[in-house]
Design a protein around this ligand. Structure first.
Ligand code: EPZ
Length: 419
């Protein structure tokens, strides 16, 4: 089993190009099913979840493979409409294949995606949106049997701006006759990237980034190329590592506007942050200090995916910081592992109170989920001694090569496979 070993307490210094975004490439890979031809994705990150998506595409009958850093999908032939349980359970975002397969084939059989480490992961908004468009969906035996001989564009109102449900409605809308208007849509930058990909394929999609997205099926789709946007949460991770350990880093190829709600508390904690077009420079010269309460919210609010990561950066800060997790029910599983390293964190329901300590100590810790695992690496950067991370497969779902990137910033981290 692979483990990461971090020798903490070293200041960071270096520059890094930010990888492509997991939460952009995954719905775009599902969307590639919509066109019976080739889609070429540039700047595609090599992630466990991307490999899982490739397995789903190949299961459906598509060709999908790497050509250097480009991922090339050819969906000319789709000869299956089912996604088996094993493939569906590999990742949460497999749900977006439902809308795409329905739009392309008129039917789909998928299993209910597993709940996951963040608490229950309901799909009521996904199903309601597809039913509004005319899909007949039967839930039986843990599977969803879906038929949609004909989908008709309509208005879809989401009671929560769900990212996944917004994406599923966009993809299904590309298979509907007429115009689909998605109200209270998620506004994440990854939704805008998906819109650009769909438009590049020949569909008419506008409004992404706002709460109202308008989708109209294109008369003819065509082969296309698309460059995956940079991963804003990966960028936050490396900035937080420098904030925690102290030092000075430069991230390139990142739109600072996508993470401004995280840059602000980093400045409040005492970091010097300068940003220009596609570069962010962070310097942390002294011990951080506590910040005003952080409340996670849908974009453009503070991203829930950055909650654990920013928390890890503040563990040795002077003073107290409070986090309120409003998006997911169970997103503090990393806390117990951080406490093993000497952190002082109290959790009451959705609220976590972090009291800064003088010193964190390296310890053997276990990754509980993707961003919780990243938070342990951030804490390990600051801790005295060696931190050993196990269950790093969680991290590898979303980070192309965390040890490689942190070493580029001067960290002492290695990956060992000790069987
Ligand atoms: C996406 O998950 C991201 N994953 C998550 O990133 C991210 O944390 C989340 O959006 C919020 O930004 C991908 O894009 C692959 P949601 P998603 O539907 O789509 C409730 C990471 O670490 N809800 O926006 O599953 C739900 O319970 C991952 O990269 C319903 O009630 O999130 C949650 O409370 C973790 N009914 C809230 O909406 C539904 O049908 C937001 O969930 C769907 C969701």
């Amino acid at each position: 089993m692979e483990r990461f070993y971090i020798e903490g307490g070293r200041r960071l210094a270096g520059e890094l190009e930010v990888q492509g975004a997991k939460n952009s490439v995954l719905p775009i890979l599902a969307a590639s099913v919509l066109h019976p031809g080739q889609s070429v994705l540039h700047h595609c990150p090599r992630l466990r979840d991307v490999e899982a998506s490739i397995r789903i595409l190949r299961h459906l009958g598509c060709k999908a493979g790497w050509e250097g850093d480009d991922l090339v999908v050819d969906a000319a032939t789709i000869d299956r409409m089912d996604i088996p349980d094993g493939l569906m359970r590999e990742m949460r975002s497999s749900m977006t294949f439902l809308g795409a397969v329905l739009a392309r084939c008129g039917q789909a059989l998928v299993s209910m995606p597993g709940g996951c480490e963040l608490g229950p992961r309901p799909i009521d908004l996904h199903l309601a949106a597809l039913r509004r468009l005319g899909a007949d969906i039967r839930e039986e035996g843990g599977s969803l049997s879906c038929k949609a001989d004909h989908m008709t564009g309509c208005e879809i109102a989401l009671h929560t701006p769900s990212v996944g449900a917004t994406e599923n409605a966009m993809l299904a809308g590309c298979g509907a006759e007429g115009v689909t208007v998605i109200c209270n849509a998620a506004r994440e930058p990854e939704i805008q990237d998906l819109q650009d990909f769909l438009a590049g394929m020949g569909h008419h999609v506008t409004g992404a980034g706002s709460s109202t997205i308008v989708v109209e099926r294109g008369g003819h789709t065509h082969d296309s190329e698309h460059t995956i946007m940079p991963d804003r949460i990966v960028a936050v991770t490396y900035l937080a590592a420098a904030a925690a350990a102290g030092g000075e880093v430069v991230l390139r190829g990142i739109d600072y506007r996508h993470l401004s709600t995280v840059l602000s508390p980093l400045r409040e904690a005492g970091c010097q942050v300068r940003s220009q077009r596609d570069t962010i420079h962070l310097a942390a010269k002294e011990r951080l200090r506590g910040i005003a309460p952080i409340r996670t919210a849908p974009y453009p609010g503070f991203p829930t995916d950055a909650q654990a990561i920013l928390m890890a950066a503040l563990l040795q800060g002077k003073g107290t910081s409070v986090f309120v997790e409003n998006v997911f029910e169970n997103r503090y599983r990393h806390v117990d592992e951080l406490v093993r390293m000497g952190a002082d964190i109290q959790v009451e329901g959705r609220v976590a109170v972090v009291c800064g300590v003088e010193r964190l100590s390296g310890a053997p810790v276990r990754c509980t989920d993707l961003r919780g695992g990243a938070a342990l690496a951030v804490a390990g950067m600051a801790a005295q001694g060696v931190t050993c991370l196990s269950d790093v497969h969680h991290i590898q779902r979303g980070y192309e090569d965390l040890p490689r990137d942190l070493r580029a910033l001067g960290a002492a981290i290695r990956c060992e496979d000790d069987g």
